[in-house]
Ligand binder design. Structure first.
Ligand code: 2DT
Ligand code: MG
Length: 215
């Protein structure tokens, strides 16, 4: 890896509603970065491989039920449990391309509209986690995502729920987000994502400090 001499890696985050194309763009971006000599890894949240991630997976597949606050805390804990490794990777010069993060955490839990589980409470459990250096938001009306391949059978894959999720993303949205129209072609989106990522990689390499949520 590039190590201290080459500066740290960048944290590039993709967010957006289900079926907006995040996973495709994440994979293409990692390949694009690696082929340009930027060491990059693909991560995703939830990370279903850990003990906490397995509990989340069972919940998403409706094999188990859980209190809404409890599962929110598990999603958040699933990020906290990987914080040390994230920091180590970034410090060693590896760029992380991450599919979903705390922004999904808040947008999805708050979409349940449960008393007490408002945006501020949802955000609070992630406060202090590493913040993305670039957040690429793939913007797509729910009507458009419905025209894409059918939903899987997971718990949150329902039209009305997704509508609430998109509303919450809009409430979380900041000027610094790089919002891309997800209805464009895969190639066009990739070209923009690569430009954004290369910019962030260069900034981080030359000393941009890592921030924390929720800046
Ligand atoms: P995937 O389809 O991307 O595997 O996500 N979710 C995700 C939450 O509710 N809270 C979170 O903190 C995160 C990261 C989004 C599975 C579902 O889990 C939701 C969709
Ligand atoms: Mg999914």
């Amino acid at each position: 890896s590039q190590g201290a001499m080459g500066g740290r890696g960048a944290f590039i985050l993709f967010e957006g509603a289900d079926r907006c194309g995040k996973s495709t763009q994440c994979k293409l971006l990692v390949d694009g970065l690696n082929s340009r000599g930027v060491e990059a890894e693909l991560w995703r949240y939830p990370d279903r491989t850990t003990a906490i991630g397995k509990m989340i997976d069972g919940y998403l597949q409706s094999q188990t039920d859980m209190d809404d606050a409890c599962v929110h805390l598990l999603f958040s804990a699933n990020r906290w449990e990987k914080r040390k490794l994230m920091l180590e990777k970034l410090a060693s010069g590896v760029t992380l391309v991450i599919d979903r993060y705390g922004h999904s955490g808040t947008a999805f839990t708050a979409a349940k509209k449960q008393p007490g589980l408002d945006l501020e409470w949802c955000k609070s459990t992630d406060a202090g986690l590493p913040a993305p250096d670039a957040l690429i938001y793939l913007e797509m009306p729910v009507e458009e995502t419905l025209k894409r391949d059918g939903f899987g059978g997971e718990r949150y894959e329902k039209t009305e729920f997704q509508r609430e999720v998109v509303k919450n993303y809009e409430l979380l949205r900041r000027d610094a987000w790089k919002c891309l129209d997800a209805s464009r072609t895969i190639e066009d989106l990739h070209a923009d994502a690569l430009k954004i990522a290369m910019g962030a990689v260069e900034e981080c390499r030359t000393g941009k400090p890592l921030g924390t949520l929720w800046e």
